[in-house]
Structures are given as C-alpha cells and as structure tokens.
Design a protein around this ligand. Structure first.
Ligand code: ATP
Ligand code: MG
Length: 234
C-alpha cells in the first residue's frame, strides 16, 4: 500500500533522514517509535510530499508518487494528521470537518462522511457548533483526526496523536484509531509513547537519529528488552 524507500532528507546541511525504508501493507497498522528529534515528523512530511527528498522514493499502491503534489496524494487517498493539528480555531467543529471534505474524492458523499466521523467520534457531534479554539486539547485532536477522515482516506498517517493529552482522552482517541483498523484502513502511527502505539499496531519500527535501528512485529517489539530500557521506562 505504502512504501517509503531509502528516504534521505536534509534541512540545509543537517541530515534528518538517512536512508529510511518502511512499508505498510494494505490494512496494516504500523508504529514508528523514537525519541525527540529522531526524524519521525520528517518521515511523515516526506511521505506526503511536504518536504523535498534528497534521495529515495515514495511508492503508493504500486506507483512511484514522487512527482505528485501533496493535494494530489490526498485526492488519491493518503492523509496526514500533523503534530501541530493546523485547525481553524475561529471556525466551528463542523466547519473544520467540512473543510476536510473539500478534497473529497466523491464530493456528493461528504454528508455521509460527516455522519461516519460523528459515529466514530461522538464527542464531535455534541460539540459540532462550538468554536474549535475553545475545545480541550483532546477534543481538538479528535477534530484533526475527523477532518482527515473527511477525505475518506485509504492510508492515514498520524503524527503523535497522544502528545500532551490526558490518559483518559488518549484512550478514547486510540479506541477510535483501533476502530479504523476494522474498517480496513492502512495506518502509520508515529509516537513517542511506544507502548501505546504498539498496542494498536501490527508491526513497528524504531527510529534513532534519522535511521531505523530496529523493526519487527508489534508483539516482539513490545517484549524486546532493549526497547524496555529505552522507551518503556521499565
Ligand atoms: N524545519 C527544520 N529545519 C531544520 N532542522 C529541522 C527542521 N525540522 C526538523 N529539524 C531537525 O531534524 C531532526 C528530526 O526532526 P523531526 O521533527 O523529524 O523529529 P521527530 O522525531 O518528529 O521529533 P519530535 O518527537 O520532537 O516530534 C531534528 O534534529 C530536528 O532538529
Ligand atoms: Mg515530531
């Protein structure tokens, strides 16, 4: 479904990704874990065409998509929920969601997409008229995820969905993410919270300083003593 092949990305002279390869099969959930500055956000931004590649390429559904602009990738079913969320604070929840439907592949189906988002994240329906800037952080993260889902994605990339949020709301958000798996979606979830990301993933990769240093099944990584010491704080 999605294959990031040997990606190298630099910010000026600073190499942030140094030959990174990861892939996600159709319907697979992939966790990419790593500490601050490992290159996780850079990896997702590069996959979406938001950053130029120094070398390597991005393949999606069997085709090289390096020449596609970000919005063309979205129109083909890829979407990113960015770390910064990038919501329109002065607009209502529903207007933010509707903006997500702007690139809907079948515009007439946007109303049905909105109902599906509300079914997945009922809190958003309760709050649909509320200005986004006045929502809690967790609710804003739900809006960011809901807005991405309005594009009816095939493959969703999530950048630190749990960051800065209270445990209860993190649990709600990860339940919603897990529900996407039952709908057959493909996902790449980037997290500093390794245990959480591995709990919904089939496989995982560990990044350090712009490189993949470990990979395996989610179960194997969750049990790996090297990860325990470095990422699980135990
Ligand atoms: N716009 C930029 N200009 C210069 N350097 C950058 C830029 N963005 C990121 N970097 C550097 O690239 C490296 C990777 O950063 P990146 O944000 O991808 O890491 P990350 O794993 O997402 O970290 P975090 O967990 O803090 O979100 C870091 O050394 C960072 O300082
Ligand atoms: Mg990041």
């Amino acid at each position: 479904m999605l294959s990031l092949e040997n990606l190298t990305v630099a910010y000026g002279k600073a190499v942030a990704l140094d030959g990174v390869s990861i892939h996600a099969d159709a319907g697979e959930f992939i966790a990419v874990i790593g500490a601050n500055g490992a290159g996780k956000t850079t990896l997702l931004n590069a996959a979406m065409g938001l950053l130029p590649l120094t070398s390597g390429s991005v393949r999606y559904r069997g085709h090289c998509i390096d020449d596609l602009a970000t919005e063309q990738r979205v129109a083909r079913g890829m979407v990113l929920v960015s770390e910064s969320r990038d919501l329109f604070g002065v607009l209502s929840v529903e207007d933010n969601l509707r903006l997500g439907g702007y690139l809907h592949r079948r515009r007439a189906d946007a109303a049905a997409s909105l109902e599906r988002v509300y079914a997945l994240l009922p809190k958003l329906k309760e709050r649909r008229k509320q200005q986004v800037a006045t929502l809690s952080g967790g609710e804003q993260q739900m809006v960011a995820i809901g807005r991405a889902l309005m594009t009816e994605p095939v493959a969703i990339l999530l950048d630190e969905p749990s960051i800065g949020l209270a445990p209860l709301v993190v649990q709600q958000i990860f339940e919603a993410i897990a529900a996407l798996k039952t709908q057959g979606m493909t996902a790449v979830i980037v997290e500093q919270n390794a245990r959480l990301a591995l709990s919904v993933a089939d496989r995982g990769y560990v990044m350090e300083l712009g490189r993949i240093v470990m990979d395996g099944s989610a179960a194997a990584l969750a049990d790996d003593p090297r990860l325990n010491a470095a990422y699980f704080g135990s």
